[in-house]
Design a protein around this ligand. Structure first.
Ligand code: SF4
Ligand code: SF4
Length: 422
């Protein structure tokens, strides 16, 4: 008898599905693929068949559970509130238990990304060769078609001259020289570290200007999103334990990456193996805050008291909701409050602002054709607003939105919200 440990944990969620098919109207992947296996109902059915012993974890099954952005649009709209993210991630974990990770993911997750120093060294090596890639615009590089897994004409931000880890200090005291109102740990995340270090420095400056002490522990590690959303719970737990240890002496853990904040908060949801681990992951979750909620809900900053940077005066801005903010953390009002409060900026809501941009982490590596079609709808929404700039709060979305704005020859530039304020 097979040990279906990970599937047993999520059986209750698969059982919630009443097969109504309502999710098909909202699933971005189904809207492009039109196959039953691409939508939540089909995935639930197949997982239940495995649990009944009628289906094996074949390669095709692996492809089906891989074909999901984990955007949670189906979860938000499902009348039974079926938690497909848990079903899909649980099925991936079961598959890893049975079939292993495969050579590439095994090397990437367990030998590179889980070791912060090794990860930095490998990215540095890649940086030495990035001049081979043609430039598109500004600091954007163009990945040619022959780079099959990542390429297909994709535009990505160049790796920074200096990574954030190389320029950041371990401790930043409040700029007013007074006793700190609180002490927060800054979690940088890989995209900010390697591609957007100025964003990390900006956030630290924003906090210390307002009387907060910021510490940046060197022992922090990758959040683990790539690993545990791919079903590698073992490496995910390792990342969780490293990060919990790194941030043990702070009032809050803050980050300007929507995917990182959601991933850190959700250790308790996907990863605990024991009751003790669950308790510790839950305690950790309470301290994690995304930049948007931290500024509005904890710091109680009044948006109208913030100053817009001169270069954005008179511009029209539209907001893209990252899935990991709007549906994983219910953060949607805070960024809008800031954008609407900034004097000199005009805010325009885009249609379907909460539609996934199509990135989905490694989804876009394996299914870039579908990513582009989904992003095309996002681009239509942006175009209809006539906005000058697209604003969001997740570096992952920034990468994908920038790529698609360029591919569609649109005039908009993409920014993290923190980049707009003094
Ligand atoms: S996942 Fe929800 S919306 Fe989709 S078929 Fe099942 S019950 Fe209906
Ligand atoms: S999480 Fe998103 S991509 Fe996955 S089944 Fe649900 S709506 Fe579709």
């Amino acid at each position: 008898m097979k040990d279906l440990k990970e599937l047993k944990k999520i059986e209750q969620y698969a059982d919630q599905c009443m097969k109504c098919g309502f999710c098909s109207f909202f699933c971005p992947v189904y809207q492009e693929e039109r196959t039953e296996t691409s939508v939540a109902r089909g995935k639930n059915y197949l997982v239940k068949e495995i649990l009944k012993g009628n289906q094996e974890f074949t390669k095709e099954m692996g492809d089906i559970i891989g074909l999901c952005l984990l955007c949670k649009r189906c979860v938000a709209m499902c009348p039974a509130k079926t938690q497909i993210d848990r079903v899909v991630v649980g099925a991936r974990a079961q598959m890893v238990n049975e079939k292993g990770l495969g050579a590439i993911k095994n090397f990437a997750f367990r030998k590179v990304m889980s070791d912060r120093k090794a990860f930095g060294n490998y990215v540095k090596l890649a940086k030495a060769f990035q001049w081979l890639l043609p430039k598109t615009e500004g600091n954007i590089r163009h990945l040619p078609d022959f780079l099959k897994a990542l390429g297909q004409g994709r535009n990505i931000p160049a790796l920074a001259d200096k990574f954030l880890r190389e320029i950041v200090k371990p401790v930043y005291k409040p700029q007013n020289g007074e006793k700190p109102k609180m002490k927060v740990g800054y979690f940088m995340g890989c995209a900010t570290d390697f591609m957007y270090p100025e964003l990390g420095l900006k956030f630290i400056d924003f906090l210390t200007k307002r009387g907060i002490e910021v510490v940046v522990p060197e022992s922090q590690s990758c959040c683990g999103a790539a690993m545990y959303f791919s079903g590698d719970f073992e490496t995910g737990r390792l990342q969780a334990e490293k990060n919990i240890a790194a941030f043990k002496d702070v009032d809050y853990i803050v980050t300007a990456c929507g995917t990182c904040s959601s991933t850190l908060k959700d250790y308790q949801k996907y990863l605990p193996d024991t009751e003790d681990q669950k308790k510790r992951f839950e305690e950790f979750e309470k301290k994690v805050k995304d930049s948007m909620e931290f500024i509005i809900d904890i710091m109680k900053v009044k948006p109208e008291e913030l100053t817009l940077k001169k270069e954005f005066e008179g511009k029209a801005a539209t907001w893209h909701d990252p899935c990991h903010l709007v549906r994983y953390q219910n953060i949607k009002d805070q960024p809008r409050a800031i954008l609407k409060g900034l004097k000199g900026l005009k805010y325009v809501e885009m249609p379907n602002a909460d539609l996934c941009c199509g990135m989905g982490g490694s989804f876009s590596v394996y299914h870039y054709d579908i990513t582009k079609k989904i992003a095309g709808k996002k681009m239509d929404g942006i175009k209809s607003t006539g906005a000058d700039i697209v604003v969001t709060a997740c570096p992952g979305c920034m990468v994908n939105l920038t790529d698609n704005v360029l591919q569609n020859k649109m005039p908009q530039k993409v920014y993290h919200l923190l980049e707009l304020v003094e």
